[in-house]
Write a protein that binds this ligand. Structure first.
Ligand code: ADP
Length: 495
């Protein structure tokens, strides 16, 4: 892992403090209440955000409704140009945005931020939204489809990668001609606000992007509760996802959901372990394991089990951790709730009889005293039905499950409610082909973790990991509805 050490000071120009974006104006919440955003490495307050509720959401929907007709009618190439300009500004402010995201998420620098590239990919789709021509019963009739935006749409995102999630959700929705009301997570709202500021600077008209901040049960719940929201996108936990879906059901609002995973890393005896071991250790410790795609279960064929466990333990002991601005691999968890949740899972692993190989607790003292730190943790001899093998921990906790053969590997890999990402480590093309088909996951990596390395790969889940796909070219189409038009001249004979 390459490590650089950014400065711990925040740029004033990019930071929005105490305000949110509604109709092109930076405004406080209607009630004037605020929430503190803290640095999870030391609990220092970075900034405050408005604590909004349904009244603020209604104002944002009003603004988005006002902006919609002109945005819809702007030609698609002009919409694309504005998105490209937004991507350009994001690129020009890469260092500041990276630093802001690092600070609020608590994550050390993890490589070039993907946002500008993701947005350019989506911007390029804006003027490629096409319908089809349809055969007709008579030559007097023309038949074709139009793909049209829904109108005002809503998006709710979590805190683990607020920048990339914001640009992919907002980018696709507005590229298709919708206007949007976004609710970032209360723990990491500053990067989305900074990105929205750059969108305004890029010339994206007032009201096209509205960012309402606050708690999920207040500002968040008000978005799908409104019948004026014509489509929803949500990324977060299955529990909240099901609440969002229930709210959408009431209004018959379509939606997509991305709800996390319990991604298996299936390791065959012929795997290149020099490649697999570091990738698996990084895959569970990157962003402190707070990635929905994190490979949290190692499903290993018994003949190489001992070697894999030993090497994984050594690799995980090399992972350094500390405050985000130090040259470390891993930062703290996002907040107290997640900290006690992850420690609770480690305790459950011990109680249910898994063998703790390395890690297993919160480091004490010094730089760790005030932050939500947890050690990279490896459990061996985990059985597939244990809590740590079934539930998404969202922390740096890896479980090793030994299996006897390929069939059992498939059964165990597919044996959770989730189906987001799966990896296979093998040199055997036959195994790679069979596993790619057999694994129930929205993304499968062969000799690759986290579904990485593909440009424009659709991202989303099977089973309880959700439905709908983001990031790919089709993500723009998900924010459109199809209209069939049949047209004939006045007075043409009846068919
Ligand atoms: P986590 O527990 O990891 O924070 P959540 O799924 O609860 O995951 O949160 C993801 C996003 O959903 C956040 O922006 C949060 O504020 C929002 N949220 C939480 N509860 C609700 C709710 N009842 N209605 C709408 N949004 C919510």
């Amino acid at each position: 892992m390459t490590i650089t050490s950014p400065s711990p000071t925040l740029s004033e120009s990019i930071l929005v403090d105490g305000l949110q974006l509604i109709g092109g104006e930076w405004v406080p919440s209607v009630t004037g209440r605020t929430i503190e955003v803290i640095n999870p490495a030391n609990r220092e307050v970075i900034a405050r955000i408005p604590r909004s509720d349904a009244a603020d959401v209604e104002a944002a929907i009003d603004a988005a409704e006002r902006a919609f007709p002109a945005w819809r009618d702007l030609n698609a190439t002009a919409r694309a140009a504005l998105l490209f300009r937004w991507a350009q500004l994001i690129e020009e402010h890469t260092a500041e945005i990276d630093q802001l995201e690092s600070q609020e998420v608590g994550r050390p620098h993890w490589g070039p931020p993907p946002m500008a590239g993701q947005l350019r990919f989506i911007a390029g789709q804006a003027d490629k939204v096409q319908g089809v021509s349809l055969p007709t019963y008579s030559p007097e009739t023309l038949g074709f489809t139009l793909r049209e935006p829904y109108g005002v749409v809503g998006g709710i995102i979590p805190w683990n990668a607020p920048g990339p999630m914001f640009v992919t959700e907002v980018g696709a929705a507005i590229a298709a001609g919708n206007t949007i009301v976004m609710k970032p997570a209360e723990d990491a709202p500053l990067t989305p606000l900074a990105l929205a500021k750059l969108a305004l600077e890029a010339g994206i008209p007032a009201g096209v992007i509205n960012v309402v901040t606050g708690y999920g049960h207040e500002a968040g719940a008000a978005i799908p509760a409104s019948p004026r929201i014509r489509r929803m996108g949500f990324t977060g936990s299955p529990f909240t996802g099901s609440l969002i879906m229930a709210a959408c059901a009431k209004n018959l609002t379509p939606l997509h959901l991305e709800l996390g995973g319990k991604s298996p890393q299936v390791v065959f005896p012929d795997a290149d372990l020099d490649q697999a071991i570091p990738a698996m250790a990084t895959g569970i410790t990157l962003n402190t394991g707070q990635i929905c795609a994190a490979g949290s279960r190692v499903v290993v064929l018994r003949s190489i089990h001992d070697e894999v466990v030993e090497r994984l333990a050594t690799q995980m002991q090399k992972i350094t951790y500390g405050p985000w601005h130090q040259p470390v691999n891993m930062g703290p968890l996002i907040n107290e709730k997640q900290h006690s949740r992850v420690l609770g899972y480690i305790e459950a692993g011990r109680k249910e009889g898994a063998d703790l190989v390395t890690g297993g607790g919160a480091p004490q003292g010094g730089d760790y005293g005030n932050g939500f730190f947890v050690q990279p943790t490896l459990f061996d001899n985990v059985s597939p039905d244990m809590t740590i093998a079934q539930e998404e921990i969202f922390g740096p906790v890896l479980s090793v499950i030994a299996v006897d053969d390929e069939q059992e590997a498939v059964r165990v890999a597919n044996g959770t409610d989730y189906g987001l990402v799966a990896s296979v480590w093998t040199r055997d093309v036959g195994i790679a082909v069979r596993m790619s088909r057999a694994l129930q996951a929205g993304q499968v990596g062969v000799n690759n973790a986290l579904g990485a390395g593909v440009i424009g790969g659709p991202f989303g889940g099977y089973k309880n990991s959700g439905f709908g796909r983001t990031m790919g070219a089709d993500s723009v189409l998900e924010w459109t509805q199809v209209k069939t038009v049949s047209m004939r001249p006045a007075g043409a004979p009846r068919i």
